[in-house]
Design a protein around this ligand. Sequence first.
Ligand SMILES: O=C(O)C(=O)C[C@H](O)[C@H](O)COP(=O)(O)O
Length: 214
Amino acid sequence: MNQADRQQQIERAMCLAPVIPVVVIEDARAAVPMARALVAGGVPAIEVTLRTAAALEAVRAIAAEVEGAVVGVGTVLGEADLLTAYDAGARFAVSPGATARLLDAAEQIPLPLLPGAATASEAMALLERGYRHLKFFPAVPAGGARLLAAWAGPLPQLRFCPTGGISVASAVDFLALPNVLCVGGSWLTPADRLATGDWAGIEQLARAAASLRP
Ligand SMILES: O=C(O)C(=O)C[C@H](O)[C@H](O)COP(=O)(O)O
């Protein structure tokens, strides 16, 4: 898989809905009903962070059992994370930043990577390596929609998924920008709703997120 194919695949995932939910899953048994609720609400691309012991089992279950879901893996820090994500059936990987070692590894694995950038120099370095789709992280603390709007002039080739500190209110500001395809956020899958199995509540949050694009 070449970089152009990877970029096309990641763009497809980013365009499925205005929001990619960023999930921290503690109990893998919640994965399938949670993903079904998100898909039913109109939010099919789901990022499961590698921050918990249950994450990979959750990715495996969603990939195998949830029709319509496009599951990705987040908090990817190195080659081992990329390999385990690929083996678990992930369709894309997301990293908070980028290192040369991570990018070298990503070129060896047929799994599209959405790498994080927070400065113009980081974004330019990724553009040099063929990345046109980036995560902007941490979106709100790093400068919010005003910073991304400022990048649209000198870096018009880049498209972003801002993530980090985004709420429903700030999502609207980001989604109005020409260089934003979607935003990422944890607000669709709150820990308490996952713990109590409130799938109807998660579907409702997904439905509201799916209708966010102006
Ligand atoms: O895990 C990763 O790879 C990250 O980069 C961090 C996530 O993007 C944020 O944790 C999003 O969470 P909220 O800020 O609560 O919406």
